[in-house]
Design a protein around this ligand. Structure first.
Ligand code: HEM
Length: 198
């Protein structure tokens, strides 16, 4: 049986797990400030953008995997963690965008507009982020009640959000496609699982 304590403990453990990559990154940045190029390599800005992008995608896939896991485990507490994983994915994606603006463009807004229009992988990343935004905004119980059956429809946006994030990664990968293939196979497996269960 699921007690209040189980829920609190699971949520706390999950919160700590999802915060760990960010804490690790902050630690690496602190080392980098003390001793340049020791923690984040020759181009720390690029390393930070990459790190945040990868974790945004991983947490998005994790949020997507939670419903099937919940169905297999028959534990309602698992479902409660989905919102946290989704919100973390969104937060990492926003930090990823902020890091790109800071390190790659030095907040040159004209260059940003040009990138959005001319560099296809950036346009696709933006579309993924746009798909994620209503998911994050309407993730609360209040929005769930207000939107009723439409809430599920809005949350179908998770499919294009992941698909565009994968295309974004695929387009910017120059060599070593193993990672993007692995994430894509995992995503397709989850889509298949959900479809069969439905
Ligand atoms: C406005 C939105 C976005 C912008 C401007 C953007 C920009 C970038 C840039 C500049 C890079 C590095 C490219 C390079 O080094 O050549 C990158 C990499 C990446 N981005 Fe994004 N991105 C956006 C949204 C997203 C979203 C929503 C996700 C995932 C949910 C994501 C996941 C990734 C991943 C996984 C990488 C590759 C990291 C690696 O090489 O290991 N991005 N993005």
């Amino acid at each position: 049986m699921q007690t209040h304590l189980t829920v609190v403990l699971s949520k706390t453990a999950f919160f700590a797990a999802l915060s760990t990559p960010l804490a690790w990154l902050v630690w690496q940045i602190a080392i980098e400030i003390e001793a340049p190029t020791t923690a984040l390599g020759a181009d720390p800005g690029e390393a930070i953008v990459h790190f945040l992008g990868v974790w945004a995608l991983r947490f998005l896939l994790l949020a997507f995997a939670i419903s099937p896991i919940q169905k297999l485990m028959q534990q309602p507490v698992v479902g409660r963690l989905r919102r946290m994983a989704g919100l973390y994915a969104f937060a990492y994606a926003l930090l990823h965008l902020a890091a790109y603006l800071f390190f790659f463009l030095e907040f040159e807004w004209e260059a940003l507009l040009e990138d959005f229009v001319k560099r296809t992988f950036i346009t696709v990343g933006l579309v993924a982020l746009i798909c994620l935004t209503p998911l994050a905004v309407t993730s609360t119980l209040g929005w769930q009640r207000r939107l009723r059956r439409n809430w599920k429809r809005v949350h179908l946006l998770v499919y294009p959000a992941i698909a565009f994030a994968l295309i974004h990664l695929y387009w910017l990968t120059r060599d070593g496609f193993a990672e993007v293939v692995l994430y894509s196979v995992f995503f397709l497996f989850l889509v298949g699982f959900r479809w069969v269960k439905r």
